[in-house]
Write a protein that binds this ligand. Sequence first.
Ligand SMILES: Cc1cc2nc3c(=O)[nH]c(=O)nc-3n(C[C@H](O)[C@H](O)[C@H](O)COP(=O)(O)O)c2cc1C
Length: 171
Amino acid sequence: MDAYRAIISKRDTRHFLPDPLPGDVLTRVLQAGRMAGSSKNSQPVRMVVVESAEGRARLATCGDYAAHLEAAPAAVAVVLLPGGSGFDAGRAAQNLMVAAWAMGVASCPVAMHRQECARAALGIPEECTVAMVIALGYPDLKHPLSQGRQRLPLDELVSWEQWGNHRPAGV
Ligand SMILES: Cc1cc2nc3c(=O)[nH]c(=O)nc-3n(C[C@H](O)[C@H](O)[C@H](O)COP(=O)(O)O)c2cc1C
């Protein structure tokens, strides 16, 4: 799968097979997260891998829409050090999800609405933020890959030269 195909076909998947991710696959996923650029190369992102069922179940209690963390064989928490921005975390998270998908590994970002809960579950210091937890695993194809939500059309999404100046895509 080339990069463009991986990006445009990636969907946020909540149903997984129980099979664990092979070590080399997980390493490549983490490398993809590591290689994301950051402001002034400040590298404020850290990742915590949680494979244990107990660890994932505990994390699942920290978000309002996090139940599928229990079904995923692995979760990667994307953690921000003080001063890091959401954009830094987002670059790392999207990198690792797209790299995973290129290897057939599906994923879904999961917000941690209760930060204290997530920090305690992961044992991370108070000054850090759990920007997102990424559920990872091979998709259970008995279920749709995603909830089927649509994207805005390109010509509605994009302005040319000035805000609101739309033109048909491809023209
Ligand atoms: C910032 C952010 C937070 C999200 N939090 C959750 C979440 O807590 N639980 C969940 O199931 N999905 C979560 N998602 C996934 C979105 O619901 C998903 O990206 C959107 O519905 C599009 O899905 P699709 O790519 O499968 O069409 C989150 C996505 C983003 C970007």
